[in-house]
Design a protein around this ligand. Structure first.
Ligand SMILES: NC(=O)c1ccc[n+]([C@@H]2O[C@H](COP(=O)([O-])OP(=O)(O)OC[C@H]3O[C@@H](n4cnc5c(N)ncnc54)[C@H](OP(=O)(O)O)[C@@H]3O)[C@@H](O)[C@H]2O)c1
Length: 298
């Protein structure tokens, strides 16, 4: 593997992108370029010796400059979900710029089973980008990131407060992954991935809602009653529990996907990439105990 290859990380001011850059720096990797719409936010990376460039997927000209001299690039999927079609265009624009600039290998952050996940409003964006990568002629690594454990910090407090977990996921399983583990995997694959590979970036255990409730009892000492309901009732109960209106379709899609088995993926693959165990959900709850319990105690 070419240790001297120049690596680029897009979205470096985002939470995942920043962690990837730090992982590369900690591993002693040289020739790293951090790219962002807001390079002025990357001072800490610059201090670590990482070159900083501007890259905005809505601005092709910025990408021509950003990708210059880059051998391998990590394209982090954007958060532009509000305008239909925008995210698909952004990812394609980034990939085309990478191809024009002579990038040899592209890694991309996708989601599990994108092709079967029509219940998830944005799955099609990932499916399109995976197809574009297959057709690109480049080497590529698709990182099929499971849902982050950190997502639960926004979702669980209402459940912990009410003591009832309404779910439409049935016995479906999901392997939440820590964002830091996903970042470490992205850094490894950006540096060393080869050929055409699809990597399931999932936590170490695929769990049902009932099993997660048991972990909550063991770690946080809170008893949660799991109530299995229809999608329609779940929408009503989420609103009643105070979920934000824009969050509800996302939860419904996730639960439908989980019920259908599309989040029950190979959860050993991540450990193989990392060369160490990935963070278990119980350990995540231990780390975040104060934040999770604050709303319950107030
Ligand atoms: N698996 C999951 O549970 C999960 C959860 C949330 C999000 N995601 C996906 O994973 C990505 C990274 O997650 P995160 O937690 O780091 O999200 P985040 O902190 O919200 O970051 C959003 C990312 O989108 C990038 N971005 C937005 N508009 C862009 C544009 N026009 N051109 C280039 N980049 C653009 C940002 O880059 P700059 O600000 O540096 O330009 C930043 O890296 C998200 O964008 C989303 O696609 C996955």
């Amino acid at each position: 593997m070419d240790e001297t290859a120049t690596l680029l990380v897009t979205g470096a001011a985002g939470r995942l992108g920043a962690l990837v850059c730090r992982a590369l720096s900690s591993a002693g990797r040289r020739n790293v370029v951090a790219a962002s719409r807001s390079p002025e936010r990357l001072t800490d990376l610059r201090v670590k010796g990482i070159e900083v460039r501007r890259a905005d997927f809505d601005d092709s000209a910025s990408l021509e400059v950003a990708f210059e001299g880059i051998d391998r690039a990590l394209i982090i999927s954007t958060d532009a979900l509000s305008v239909p079609g925008q995210r698909k265009r952004q990812h394609r624009t980034a990939l085309e710029a990478a191809i024009r600039s002579g990038v040899k290998h592209v890694a991309y952050t996708s989601m599990p089973n994108a092709e079967f996940s029509s219940a998830i409003p944005f799955a099609q964006d990932h499916q399109d980008m995976e197809a574009a990568l297959r057709e690109s002629g480049l080497g590529y690594s698709v990182l099929r990131n499971s849902w982050y454990q950190e997502n639960l910090l926004a979702y669980l407090p209402n459940i912990l407060r009410s003591g009832i977990w309404f779910t439409a996921a049935g016995d479906g399983r999901i392997a939440y992954v820590s964002r830091a583990d996903a970042a470490d995997a992205a850094a490894k694959v950006l540096a060393f991935g080869h050929g055409s590979e699809v990597v399931e970036v999932a936590g170490p255990e695929a769990l049902t809602v009932e099993e997660i409730a048991v972990i909550i009892r063991e770690v946080l000492g809170l008893s949660i009653r799991v109530e299995h309901v229809s999608q329609e009732r779940l929408a009503v109960e989420l609103a009643r529990q105070g979920a934000l209106p824009e969050v509800i379709p996302m939860v419904l899609g996730t639960e439908a996907n989980q019920r259908a088995g599309h989040f029950d993926v190979n959860h050993d693959a991540l450990c193989n990439v990392l060369g160490r165990p990935a963070k278990a959900l119980a350990d995540f709850f231990r780390t975040e105990m104060t934040m999770l319990l604050a709303p319950v105690r107030s």
